[in-house]
Design a protein around this ligand. Structure first.
Ligand SMILES: Cc1cc2nc3c(=O)[nH]c(=O)nc-3n(C[C@H](O)[C@H](O)[C@H](O)COP(=O)(O)OP(=O)(O)OC[C@H]3O[C@@H](n4cnc5c(N)ncnc54)[C@H](O)[C@@H]3O)c2cc1C
Length: 435
């Protein structure tokens, strides 16, 4: 993620720098006015670049899953591209506002002269300026509610649907307000690519095309409640379902008015288009789900997505699998996939962190699944008994490969502990958070 975001920022800065070096100096322009102008261009270019990337990533591009490490990471990159876009837009806006200070301190006489354009283009530029300003206010408001975690996800998602429109306003602003000379330079070529990609994402989103090719309908064939806060839902999907790899997830719609929620497919692909979800009551919607689902009900599933796939494990590295709470779902799919495969020699340590083993319905299930897999050692860490998983209790992990799904706090603590021990194993993490 960092490489992509930093790489794009560097590329934008380089093409902007190329233009600065090659532009002829205009006589009579004060250096501070010139610096303000170039600052406006750079911050604007960086903002539209990040925003265009965010729009592309919002289309759920499956072809980017391999280079970016899975759809959960694509969403994380989308989020950070969005945050950077708003930050650069705020800088852009502040630089724009600085003109009053410059007018007051160093006369307006040394300003950068306006480009000579036709009256139509001039009028469109004025409109572009206004649009840019409104869009920046909307972006700042969106950033505030995105970072304010207490803002209800449902309302946030509803407001977030306005983003493609805001992007189109920004694209209009950028296309009209960049200097005319850019279009014959690398900066113009890069901007054209960015705007094409971003406009494609925005229009695809507005037309409801995101994920359409991966949507399948199906029916709920059973609903169970293995424990009071877990709902187990078995679904049979239509012919269009393309199958899945163990550990992948899907966006599931049980109720059209609620929309899709991401859930891991907690079973292996047995070729019968039957999939299982284990859903924990974690918020507004999932708290009510247990009473709302019924056998025979229609379900819409979009997917599969994700790279938390057992087939990607490195057979030469020691396997350490760690799950915290509902983060056990991808491992349930893995263990299911390994059943009835006597030729499988895979060995792994599976650590499952639970709040209270005595009432956790996943514990007996895991014991049963692991009983048939002599290579997989199950370790239960019961918080109620004071058994908290630490990096040291993972055993020698220098050259291990760790697969983690659970709370971010636990992942951070384990990563820090491993660093303290001087170990840097490969650490795959499935994020259960997209906002
Ligand atoms: C890749 C992935 C796999 C997941 N697998 C499972 C699983 O197997 N079992 C399970 O119980 N939970 C899983 N989750 C978490 C599950 O999606 C959320 O708990 C659920 O969507 C919460 O919805 P809510 O309305 O009840 O909660 P809210 O209180 O509305 O939201 C709580 C948090 O859940 C997330 N969330 C809520 N709605 C959505 C949505 N429509 N799209 C994306 N994120 C949303 C947001 O981060 C939000 O802050 C997974 C999440 C992801 C990203």
């Amino acid at each position: 993620m960092k490489t992509l975001l930093v790489g794009l920022s560097v590329l934008v800065t380089l093409v902007w720098g190329f233009d600065v070096l090659n532009a002829a100096a205009t006589a009579g322009v004060h250096p501070l006015w010139a610096a303000r102008q170039e600052g406006l261009y750079l911050s604007g270019l960086l903002s539209i670049a990040m925003m265009s990337l965010a729009m592309l990533l919002a289309t759920r591009p499956v072809w980017l899953e391999a280079p970016l490490g899975g759809m959960d990471r694509i969403y994380r990159t989308h989020k950070w591209a969005g945050i950077l876009a708003v930050s650069f837009a705020a800088v852009h806006w502040l630089i724009e506002m600085s003109s009053d200070i410059l007018k007051a301190t160093i006369d307006r006489a040394g300003r950068v002269p306006k480009e000579n354009l036709s009256s139509i283009l001039d009028a469109m530029r004025d409109l572009g300026e206004d649009m840019g300003e409104w869009a920046i206010y909307a972006l700042l408001a969106m950033l505030a509610i995105t970072l304010w975690k207490k803002f209800p996800y449902r309302s946030w998602r509803f407001l977030h649907r306005a983003m493609p429109v805001i992007y189109l306003m920004l694209a209009f602003h950028a296309a009209l307000l960049v200097p005319h000379a850019y279009w014959a330079q690398p900066a113009g070529a890069l901007l054209a690519v960015l705007l094409t990609v971003g406009v494609y994402g925005a229009i695809r989103s507005l037309l409801g095309g995101i994920g359409r090719a991966r949507k399948t309908a199906g029916k709920i064939i059973s609903v169970e409640h293995p424990s009071p806060d877990i709902t187990s839902v078995q679904c049979r999907l239509d012919q269009a379902w393309r199958g899945h790899q163990p550990g992948q997830f899907a966006f599931v719609t049980f109720d059209g008015s609620e929309g899709a929620h991401p859930f891991t497919i907690a079973s292996a692909d047995h070729g019968d288009r039957t999939i299982n979800f284990q859903i924990k009551a974690l918020g507004d919607y999932t708290n009510k789900l247990a009473t709302r689902l019924q056998t025979g009900q229609t379900v819409h599933v979009e997917g599969p997505y994700g790279r938390f796939d057992i087939n990607r494990h490195n057979p030469r590295a020691r396997q350490i699998w760690i799950a915290g709470g509902i983060g056990i779902t991808p491992f349930l799919a893995w263990l299911d996939a390994l059943q009835n495969k006597p030729q499988n020699t895979l060995s792994a340590d599976l650590h499952y962190c639970t709040r209270d083993q005595a009432i956790d319905a996943f514990v007996p299930r895991l014991e049963a699944l692991c009983a048939a897999l002599p290579g997989v050692q199950l370790h239960i860490h019961d918080a109620r008994q004071g058994a908290i998983l630490s990096a040291a209790s993972l055993g020698e992990a220098k050259n291990a490969e760790i697969w983690f799904c659970g709370p971010n706090g636990l992942a951070d603590a384990l990563r820090a502990g491993l660093r303290t021990l001087g170990w840097r194993p490969r650490f795959h993490q499935e994020a259960f958070e997209m906002r």
